[in-house]
Design a protein around this ligand. Structure first.
Ligand code: FMN
Length: 191
C-alpha cells in the first residue's frame, strides 16, 4: 500500500513536464480553485502565506493579453510582429494565473517567502499534473515591466513570481536529463 502511494508520488514528480502546447479544451475555474486549496499546504515559515493569485479566464484573458501587448509597444506605439505572435499564442492557452508575493523588507523573511511561494507553485503543478492538467511557469522579462504590472493591478511592494499558463497538454515534451545526485551530494560520515 505504502509502496504504491510512493510510486505514484514519485512518478508524478518525475513525469511532470512544462507544457507549451495546449488543447483548446477549457479548464474549470472551480478545479483551479480546488488545486490552489491543495497547494496552499506548502511549508511557509511563520505561516505568512505570502501569496495571492490573479486568474485570467474566459473573457478575462483579454485583460492579461492587453497588459502584455501594452508592455511590448515600441517607441512608435506599434506592436512588433514577434509580440503579435506571442499574444495570439497566449490567447490559445485556456488559463493564465499570475502569482504575486508581498515583498517583505527584511531579507530573511523575503527569502523564506520566496521559498514558500516556490513550494506552493510546485505543489500546484504536481496536483494539477496528477489530474491531467499541464502548465508552464514563466518568468519572462515583461513580468518586471511597470506597464504590465500596473495594467493587471500589481501594487508596488509586490513581486510577480511568475505567470502559470495552464491547460490540457496537447504535447508532452521528452524529459531533459538531470544530473546524478551523486555529482551534487557530499556525504559526511566522520568527524
Ligand atoms: C522559476 C522558474 C522560471 C521559469 N521560467 C520559464 C520561462 O520564462 N520560460 C520557459 O519556457 N520556461 C520557464 N521555466 C520552466 C523551465 O524551463 C523548465 O522547468 C525546465 O526546462 C525543465 O523542464 P520540465 O519542467 O519539463 O522538467 C521556468 C521554471 C522555473 C522553476
Amino acid at each position: 500500500m505504502m509502496t504504491n502511494r510512493l510510486t505514484t508520488i514519485d512518478s508524478i514528480i518525475k513525469g511532470r513536464r512544462s507544457i507549451k502546447k495546449f488543447k483548446s479544451d477549457a479548464v474549470s475555474i472551480d478545479e483551479i480553485v480546488s488545486l490552489l486549496e491543495v497547494a496552499k499546504w506548502a511549508p511557509n515559515h511563520k505561516l505568512t502565506e505570502p501569496w495571492r493569485f490573479i486568474l485570467f479566464a474566459e473573457e478575462g484573458k483579454e485583460a492579461f493579453i492587453d497588459a502584455y501587448k501594452k508592455s511590448q509597444l515600441g517607441a512608435d506605439q506599434t506592436l512588433p510582429e514577434k509580440a503579435k505572435k506571442k499574444a495570439a499564442y497566449f490567447n490559445q492557452i485556456p488559463l493564465h494565473l499570475v502569482v504575486v508575493m508581498p515583498e517583505h523588507p527584511r531579507q530573511k523573511t523575503w527569502d523564506e517567502d520566496y521559498g514558500a511561494v516556490s513550494a506552493m507553485i510546485q505543489n500546484f503543478q504536481l496536483a494539477a499534473w496528477a489530474r491531467g492538467i499541464g502548465m508552464i511557469w514563466r518568468t519572462n522579462d515583461w513580468i518586471y515591466d511597470p506597464v504590465f504590472r500596473e495594467a493587471i493591478g500589481v501594487e508596488s511592494g509586490e513581486k510577480i513570481i511568475g505567470t502559470l499558463m495552464i491547460g490540457y497538454a496537447d504535447f508532452v515534451p521528452e524529459a531533459k536529463e538531470r544530473t546524478s545526485i551523486k555529482d551534487k551530494l557530499t556525504i559526511v560520515t566522520t568527524n
